[in-house]
Ligand binder design. Sequence first.
Ligand SMILES: Cc1cc2nc3c(=O)[nH]c(=O)nc-3n(C[C@H](O)[C@H](O)[C@H](O)COP(=O)(O)OP(=O)(O)OC[C@H]3O[C@@H](n4cnc5c(N)ncnc54)[C@H](O)[C@@H]3O)c2cc1C
Length: 460
Amino acid sequence: MIRKFNTNNPAKTKILILGGGFAGSNVLREMQKQSERNDVEITLVSQDNFFLFTPMLPEVSSGMLHASDITTPIRSFCKTANFCHAKILSIDIENKHVSIIRIFDQKETVLEYDYLVLALGSKDNFFGNINIEEFAFTIKTLEDAIAIRNHIISVLECADQERDQILQEQLLRFVVVGGGFAGVEIATEIHHFLQDATKNYYKNIDSAKIRTIIVSAREGILPEVGEELGKFALDHVRKSGIEVITNTKAVDAGEDHVLLSDNTIIPCATLIWAGGVTVDPLISTLRCEHGQSGRLVVDQYMRLKDYPSIFALGDCANLVDSKTNIVYPTTAQIAIRQAKLVSENLIAEITGTMNSMKPFLYHNKGVMATIGKRTGVALLNGRKIYGFTAWLLWRSFYWTHLPTREKKIKVGFDWFLSLIFRADIMTVGFIKKKTLSRLETPIYSAIERGIDQSQNTSYL
Ligand SMILES: Cc1cc2nc3c(=O)[nH]c(=O)nc-3n(C[C@H](O)[C@H](O)[C@H](O)COP(=O)(O)OP(=O)(O)OC[C@H]3O[C@@H](n4cnc5c(N)ncnc54)[C@H](O)[C@@H]3O)c2cc1C
């Protein structure tokens, strides 16, 4: 039986926020901060009962940080608001209904709203390649980060026991597809972890045999930081021992190999996909205007065109920057700024002061990325910063954006401990996404899988 959510007071204006990431959580927090009206009822729905600080996710894979360091219970943000730990099934924007299913017992409920905030983020885009989707790890959720960690440690345990040199080399190849922030940050994090772990613990593995390979479809890496800094990042990443294959795409994969667009086969046991994002079908199938990758086209006040009571923001919103004519990228920094504006505009709408609504104007003060052990790149107010200073800036900037004092202390403490102690090599719990059930020498594997050997196929 589908239940209707019972609001305590039907006379209250109901605001429903879908998603508890950077966008949704910050709308909730800003709304509560800016308005203490008791005629408004706010409900946030998320399939995770915590807010995840994604910029530090790669550090969970490397064991630098713990999962609890970068997650905060959404309920801790709810001063007056309600929280529903549930998966959203459908959104009916004509009748103002949202259908949700409780995570614990799968019971379906329908929520009504007066104002809707769509903040459902993005998901990985495999561009229809089902083999890559099946065999690759992703780095989007906390579970992904822990699964990568468990997998790479299991691979080291396996390689330490493997006496066949070819198979050991295959186990020690780690391929990351994607040269953007997420791809470069996860590749550099795991590379340094693997180097340290083998030197400290795995006597039968020569750390020089570890090959971390980034496959980038572009000319270089980190297009977000511009040409000059991108070149610095590429040089530095290569100097640190990571191989970067540019102007190439991953086109297919199996359990023990990746096939590239130039017909090179990389025999490996680890493929991490950070090759692009798209929106969930919940968003892409809404009957309204869509932009890049199905994102929702919003006006300058962050409202859906033709639906003034619906706001969309963060990764699922499509807004063109009027200064550059380019759609705003999917970043946490932009989601946070949009959240502040959406909460102000929502309050203006509820209080009937629509004239005070403000358009979204974003002055990008800079971009930063970490690219290895104590090294980063940053572009701040047009100034290019490299190396240790950029890395320190990255850490300081994101540390100040952690949502609570408790998380700041935990992260600061773990960073400090990592300076003193060796990398930890325990696998965590049972979170496991892939099992390596076969590992064959590359040529045998390729023939068996029907890869055409006559097409100038080469092996890395
Ligand atoms: C590894 C990695 C590193 C990154 N590094 C940076 C960085 O350094 N700097 C930067 O600015 N950005 C970075 N980003 C990008 C940044 O994380 C996103 O742009 C940001 O999270 C967007 O916020 P959002 O609220 O729109 O989406 P999200 O933060 O993804 O939140 C979406 C929310 O919706 C919920 N949800 C989704 N579908 C459903 C459903 N069907 N039912 C219920 N709930 C649902 C999710 O549980 C989540 O709470 C990084 C991303 C990744 C993956």
